[in-house]
Ligand binder design. Structure first.
Ligand SMILES: [Zn+2]
Length: 274
């Protein structure tokens, strides 16, 4: 009986000792390995952080535009988009009807204006209005779009006023880019006016769409007039010199100036012989 107890206690002690040694060994290995592991882990962590940051910087620096256009939510940076909404019908180049949470809502694309094609007063409809309308139909009919609102979400006719996004690109901009629309700004909805102005400038200088045949204004010539007056001058006339640069209109000939509705200045007396 005593012997049996002795053995039981002995086994218990051996088990305890084994367990104690084992955990001691573990503790030792933890003491030696863990700091190294965790330093490494931290280094890896900081490496991956810095990689992410530099990737982000690279994207911002080079691919920001492509990147933002790819994702609807990110196109305009801080743009808050609603949708998607199914396009039920395209009314004309800048007006569509969407299924807005169960209601058929008329949406006017803002910041731009396409020539009329569906105006009740038919004399206001133009051939180019038809082209712009077809362009929007082609692009948006049967599609789902996202909407971004500016300061005022509705106009006096209760239409929604929105920037319309298709596949991550703002269609208002597309219309400007393709020369299908012209800049048209109604404060306070002016969030993208600088962007839109630059895009229109590009389309206009390239003579695209409504800008076909457009010639940029001359910036030099033999005679000059002011936008705000009705006389034209020789370039060395004291009145010519005082015209602000942004108001100057240039002509090569007297005929050209007179055809534009300007009369010769009586001080510098430009005449057809010049
Ligand atoms: Zn003059």
């Amino acid at each position: 009986m005593k012997r049996k107890w002795f053995f039981l206690i002995l086994i218990w002690c051996i088990a305890l000792a084994a367990f104690g040694l084992n955990s001691l060994a573990q503790k030792t290995s933890l003491d030696t390995d863990q700091p190294a592991d965790s330093i490494q882990a931290k280094q890896e962590e900081s490496n991956s952080n810095s990689t992410t940051e530099s990737d982000a910087e690279a994207e911002n620096g080079t691919d920001a535009e492509i990147e933002t256009e790819a994702a609807p939510e990110a196109d305009a940076g801080d743009a808050v988009l609603e949708g998607p909404f199914a396009v039920e019908r395209v009314v004309d180049g800048d007006t569509i009807i969407v299924d807005y949470d169960g209601n058929s809502e008329r949406v006017r694309l803002i910041g731009i204006d396409t020539p009329e094609s569906a105006h009740p007063d038919e004399s206001r409809n133009t051939a180019f209005g038809e082209i712009a309308s077809d362009f929007t139909k082609e692009a948006l009919e049967g599609q789902s779009v996202y909407l971004e609102f500016d300061v005022e979400p509705r106009d006096q006719y209760d239409r929604l006023l929105a920037y319309v996004y298709l596949d991550g690109e703002m269609f208002n901009k597309t219309l400007l880019q393709e020369g299908m629309a012209m800049l048209s700004t109604y404060p306070p909805n002016v969030k993208y006016v600088d962007d839109f102005t630059a895009i229109q400038e590009e389309a206009r200088n390239a003579g695209i769409g409504v800008w076909e045949g457009y010639e940029p204004p001359k910036t030099s010539g033999n005679f000059v007039a002011s936008k705000n007056a009705d006389k034209f001058h020789r370039t060395d006339c004291r009145y010519a010199v005082s015209i602000a640069e942004q108001n100057r209109i240039w002509f090569d000939t007297v005929d050209e100036a007179e055809a534009a509705g300007y009369q010769p200045c009586s001080t510098c007396t430009p005449n057809a012989g010049d």
